[in-house]
Design a protein around this ligand. Structure first.
Ligand code: COA
Length: 185
């Protein structure tokens, strides 16, 4: 683990390393569970990532010059709700906690999994949120995602599971599990 360098990435970093970040982002997802969604190209691009870091944090893990993992978390903005059930879920969380962060994206290159990188990144985000006096962190993921093990180990409670219809790939129905980790009472 010591051989990997983790850095915080913000708007400035992304803008001056556009290609590196974009290529890492798309290839990490292409190598991951993108087959759940579609076989085509990934349209999440740099504006999407800038939108997250403008209201949150990003981390990149390097093995020498190569980015082998990325994580992004929002600390101000909730994601756009895609269904009435999601609207209700966000409402319930908002009624329960004042300051809520959202763990939005986490991906580790397949050859680097099982080394503790995903867990190290989540812990870093949890620590950041705790330092900033957040009350809870929420996240959701595909019900078959391997990350569920990791989130449970880190104290996230699965609150609900329901289906949403995605904007992209348009019309695709995704079964999602929703998690909350309470940081302060
Ligand atoms: C989920 C993911 C981020 C985990 O990253 P990682 O660096 O391999 O995770 P870690 O090495 O820190 O593992 C943490 C724990 O999760 C568990 N875990 C991770 N992947 C697992 C799997 N496929 N099955 C069972 N347990 C798993 C491990 O048991 C580990 O616990 P341990 O330390 O007691 O052994 C990585 O598999 C990934 O990028 N997957 C594809 C993208 C994705 O699903 N992202 C999350 C959606 S938002």
């Amino acid at each position: 683990m010591e051989k990997f360098r983790t850095i915080n990435i913000d708007r400035k970093f992304i803008e001056s390393n556009r290609d590196i970040v974009f290529n890492a982002w798309t290839s990490l997802w292409r190598d991951s569970f993108w087959e759940f969604y579609c076989d085509g190209d990934i349209d999440y691009d740099i504006p999407y990532l800038l939108g997250i870091v403008d209201h949150g944090v990003g981390y990149a893990v390097f093995d020498e010059d190569e980015i082998v993992a990325l994580m992004f978390g929002s600390t101000e903005k909730f994601p756009k709700a895609l269904s009435q059930e999601e609207v209700n879920f966000f409402k319930v969380v908002r009624n329960s906690y004042k300051k809520i962060a959202f763990l939005q994206e986490l991906v580790v290159s397949p050859e680097y999994r099982g080394l503790g990188i995903g867990s190290m990144l989540c812990k870093r985000f949890i620590e950041y949120c705790s330092d900033k006096k957040f009350d809870a962190i929420i996240l959701y993921t595909h019900i078959d995602s391997p990350s569920i093990w990791l989130y449970k180990q880190l104290g996230f409670d699965m609150v609900d599971t329901f289906y949403v219809t995605l904007d992209y790939p348009e019309g695709k129905i995704e079964p999602r599990s929703y998690f909350v980790k309470k940081i302060r009472s």
